[in-house]
Write a protein of this length. Structure first.
Length: 374
């Protein structure tokens, strides 16, 4: 009995601790996932409180896992686990059937699971969770009531502080393709030998008022009595998709300059502003002034945004480095608004949020130090 209890506590505790932790490392990722679900279910009016949902959910998961694993206020912990399982198991079944969002987001961007994989994971996890819930009165917490709640309160406060640290200064672990040190062009190609998308093509021909479908092996190419009407292609199997497959950088005048930027031998500072309407104008202005300083010191400067031209601030023009990039790509590129990347030859050398962007002289020192180490 005790061995089963220990194993069950370990499984449930570790899964919930891990789930809460990876969400806390990348809280904006959880916010975006909530917004995806709200959009899919026509609940867009909840977007403004998606951060609250994200902080609450990952904190609840972490504290429940901590309580179960370390046997501190165990009954409260396993009750929270069961409530979450009762809520999310049927929900993941509905998501698996309807597939409104392909990736559930239960483990953030650390581990990607399909909705069916998430549902079956929950079914498996229910076994030790139900066992612990049934035997909860036989498992005595390691601490007294007051001491246990005090400890959980301290852990909760530290955990929430950790969430907001990652929110302000970028995630302490970057699970996304645009992490520091990445050579972006390498992430955009399909390696030799990797499978590609496979389609089944069907041709529709008509003869004497009758329509018939043919495949590539038996269509009447040489029979003039058949008249071609249409064709359709169905995806049979999905091929390899490179980690970065949708990065397109368009200049102010509509030119694709992706290759130009990623192949530049100069240092390049990129300021990412997903939405000009939502970003703090003062932070945007500060970034622009930093960029102008960089340009005056032989460092290229670009501003990536998904906003339309009529949303740009007054100091925007063709010379100010404005480029258009898809919003989803910008969200993946850096979890800050504005956020910054220092590039050279397509490699991400540094990433910063608006809160820890170095001052002008420090940026120059960073580039000088990099040159001296080559």
């Amino acid at each position: 009995m005790k061995i089963i209890n220990y194993i069950s506590r370990f499984i449930v505790g570790v899964v919930f601790l891990f789930s809460g932790t990876v969400k806390a490392i990348d809280p904006l990722g959880s916010v975006y996932k909530f917004q995806d679900y709200f959009t899919a279910f026509n609940l867009g009016f909840l977007d403004n409180i998606s951060l609250l949902f994200a902080v609450f959910l990952c904190s609840l998961e972490f504290l429940a896992g901590f309580s179960v694993l370390f046997n501190i206020r165990f009954k409260a912990g396993i009750l929270t686990v069961m409530l979450l399982m009762i809520l999310f198991t049927p929900l993941t079944f509905v998501l698996a059937l309807t597939n409104p969002v392909s990736d559930c987001g239960c483990f953030g961007d650390a581990i990607h699971l399909t909705n069916w994989q998430t549902f079956f994971k929950n079914i498996i996890l229910l076994v030790p969770a139900i066992w612990l819930f049934i035997h909860k009165n036989k498992i005595v917490s390691q601490t007294g009531i007051a001491r246990g709640w005090a400890l959980l309160s301290i852990i909760a406060a530290l955990f929430v502080a950790f969430i907001f640290y990652n929110l302000r200064y970028l995630p302490v672990i970057d699970f996304l393709p645009y992490k520091t040190g990445t050579h972006l062009p390498d992430k955009m190609i399909i390696p030799e030998g990797m499978p590609t998308d496979k389609y089944e093509t069907t041709f529709i021909y008509e003869k004497n008022g009758e329509r018939k479908e043919f495949d590539l092996n038996n269509y009447p190419a040489d029979d003039t009595t058949w008249k071609f009407v249409d064709q359709k292609s169905v995806l049979v199997s999905k091929g390899y998709v490179p980690p970065i497959h949708d990065l397109v950088i368009t200049s102010w005048n509509g030119k694709n300059i992706t290759k130009e930027i990623l192949s530049s031998k100069n240092f390049t500072l990129v300021m990412v502003v997903k939405d000009m309407n939502e970003a703090d104008p003062e932070l945007v202005k500060t970034g622009y002034e930093t960029g102008i300083f960089c340009k005056n010191n032989s460092i290229d400067f670009y501003r990536f945004t998904s906003s339309s031209e009529d949303e740009f601030p007054p100091y925007s023009d063709e010379e100010s480095g404005i480029c258009f990039v898809d919003e989803t790509v910008l969200k993946t590129m850096v979890r800050a608004d504005p956020g910054y990347l220092l590039l050279r030859d397509g490699t991400i050398l540094h990433k910063w949020s608006w809160a820890n962007l170095p001052d002008n002289e420090e940026i120059l020192k960073i580039t000088t130090d990099i040159n001296s180490n080559i």
